[in-house]
Design a protein around this ligand. Sequence first.
Ligand code: HMG
Ligand code: MG
Length: 317
Amino acid sequence: MSELALPMVVPEPGLPSRVTIYEVGARDGLQNEQSLVPTAVKAEFVRRLLAAGLPVVEATSFVHPKWVPQLADAADLMTGLLADLGDRARALPVLVPNERGLDRALELGLRHVAVFASATETFAARNLNRTLATQFEMFEPTITRALAAGMHVRGYVSMCFGDPWEGPVAVDQVVGVGKRLLDLGCAQLSLGDTIGVATAGHVRALVEAFAAAGVDRSRLALHFHDTYGQALTNVHAGLQAGVTTYDASAGGLGGCPYARSATGNLATEDLVWFLDGLGIEHGVDLRTVVDTSTWMAGHLGRPSPSAVVRALAQSPA
Ligand code: HMG
Ligand code: MG
């Protein structure tokens, strides 16, 4: 019996013809790992993801090392990648919550940073040690200085659909937080379903609410976690609503250390397979990502939760 190693391509009218996959495996994927992954393994992970054709590879976080011990080696990782990849490494996005994080990124000459806001009061306290209101006091000088230095700034909003402490999150509340980040100068907004509770109608409603508030859909990205198996359905809803950037994590690694029940991110391989089936261009080589995730699973000591990785890992190249 011959093995089907690629999906049938049947385009669906009305969907975008091309999307950007924003790879977060080296940051969101690894930040929750309990055992420390050696810096050299992280560097190799980033290099392999770039070699797979992923157009954006978020590399690490310049957060407080006590808050995320796994990423305490952020400066060492980036120093090594800069020596190795030069300008290519300078363009890798890194998370910076505040001016201290920005300073660390500036010292290395990095060009792309991302701030991360919360749509809810409880998560702002738990993840940032701030309130919903005072988180912006941290972001404003950070974004202003980053832009003055010629950097590109992305803004994340977490808990856009539901929050483990507060329950469902009102669409207007998310639009309010997102608009503030855009007004402060973020070029792109990534709307995070941090705990994976989004459903398709909710995704459409949120994107439409941003559009109604005057935000062009081209400035939105969607960031799904697959806790309830809804991530691809939610991507489909996002595509129907005209969003063309999707965050994903190789092998489905991930979770947020400060959000109870935040399990794995949407796996890059699952997203690639899904887009391939629709004939939507993305420029990523599926086999290389699968090999990378299989290699990383070996380092982490457990198999990838991605259905596509499991199906393809053993299949002939
Ligand atoms: P804080 O304790 O309020 O910080 O934490 P502070 O401003 O009061 O400073 C206290 C000390 O920390 C000072 O040192 C600072 O210099 C130092 P001292 O003077 O006492 O010696 N400090 C730092 N050191 C290194 N790097 C820094 C830094 N900032 C301060 N950047 C803070 C506030 C934001 C720093 C802390 O809460 C933090 O680091 N939080 C990060 C939490 C995190 O990384 N969460 C995961 C990422 S978010 C996510 O995963 C969701 C996402 O994927 C989307 C989704 O799924 O929804 C993006
Ligand atoms: Mg996340």
